[in-house]
Design a binder for this molecule. Structure first.
Ligand code: LHQ
Length: 264
């Protein structure tokens, strides 16, 4: 286990668990936590031993978005360049999560506000504690939903709900988020981590290449036509068919035993 100030990281049974760890600030992002989270996701990209990522938060919050204490306008005469903040910190991490060809499970243990909510929505399977809520807090401080929020909310919910959430900054409780399809499931608070870990463990024992290609296809489906997509499915299925895990899956089926996937 690697512990630093802002992200706790541990690898067990192929699951890289990344815990946002600034609980006094509800795990709001400062520069150090940004870089530590990015390092964790990069590790998942680079190490074959990592077959699934599990992202969660320490304490009573998941993530309160940007640390606004770092952004006190009273301490500077200059207007800030928030576009630079997005280019430097948020957007690289969002892209890394989406481009990672391994599943990312997110366990939202408490409030997820601003970019904290939208990082959760970028993950592949999102569970939330029943007491958790999601808040597009941006409009309260004159900002737009970033960290992919204006994209993912619109795609998942459609314009009416995306606009209401973003313009009104009203909280959405976990069960409502589940019924709207914003997340996979709301679970009892004390069952959250076990439930998320069970999913992560299962995925880490899965055919990693095939799972990664599936993620790629589903993400591409919203932005391309069927004709293009059928070609992409052909190419991905070809690649999946070349894996050892495909041969193992079929062999195991024929031998009437559970498959033992190696992730390659
Ligand atoms: C915080 C924060 C926080 C610092 C709670 N910062 N301390 C991108 C580009 C560049 C710049 C700007 O931003 C962005 C992306 C964004 O994410 S913008 C959105 C930023 N986030 C917010 O506006 C959310 C601000 N927080 C809240 O509205 C509330 O704290 C929520 C609704 C999350 C939770 O409310 P409560 O459960 O009532 O907790 P609390 O407000 O009492 O917070 C607990 C502590 O955490 C408290 O510190 P204290 O020392 O008083 O105990 C807060 O100051 C601190 N905290 N969020 N973002």
């Amino acid at each position: 286990m690697t512990e630093n100030q802002s992200v706790i990281s541990s690898l067990e049974n192929g699951v890289l668990k990344l815990t946002l760890n600034r609980p006094d600030k509800l795990n709001a992002f400062n520069e150090e936590m940004h870089l530590a989270l990015r390092t964790g996701i990069e590790r998942a990209h680079n190490e074959a031993d990592v077959r699934t990522v599990l992202l969660t938060g320490a304490g009573r919050g998941f993530c309160a978005g940007q640390d606004l204490g770092d952004r006190d306008p009273r301490k500077s005469d200059e207007k800030p360049d928030l576009g630079h903040t997005l280019d430097t910190f948020y957007n690289p991490t969002l892209r890394l999560i989406r481009e990672l060809e391994k599943p990312v499970v997110c366990a939202v243990n408490g409030v997820a506000a601003g970019a904290g909510a939208n990082i959760a929505f970028a993950c592949d399977i999102v569970l939330a504690a029943r007491s958790a809520k999601f808040i597009q807090a941006f409009s309260k401080i004159g900002l737009i939903p970033d960290a992919g929020g204006s994209w993912s909310l619109t795609r998942i919910l459609g314009e009416p709900r995306a606009k209401a959430l973003a313009l009104l900054a009203e909280p959405v409780m976990a069960e409502q988020a589940e019924s709207w399809g914003l997340i996979w499931k709301a679970v009892d608070d004390d069952a959250l981590l076990d439930a998320a870990l069970a999913i992560a463990d299962k995925l880490a024992l899965g055919p990693t290449v095939g799972l990664g290609l599936t993620k790629r296809l589903i993400q591409a489906a919203g932005t391309q036509d069927l004709d293009t997509h059928l070609d992409m499915e052909r190419d991905c299925q070809r690649a999946a068919g070349f894996t050892d895990d495909y041969a193992e899956g079929v062999t195991a089926f024929l031998e009437k035993r559970p498959a033992v996937f190696k992730g390659k």
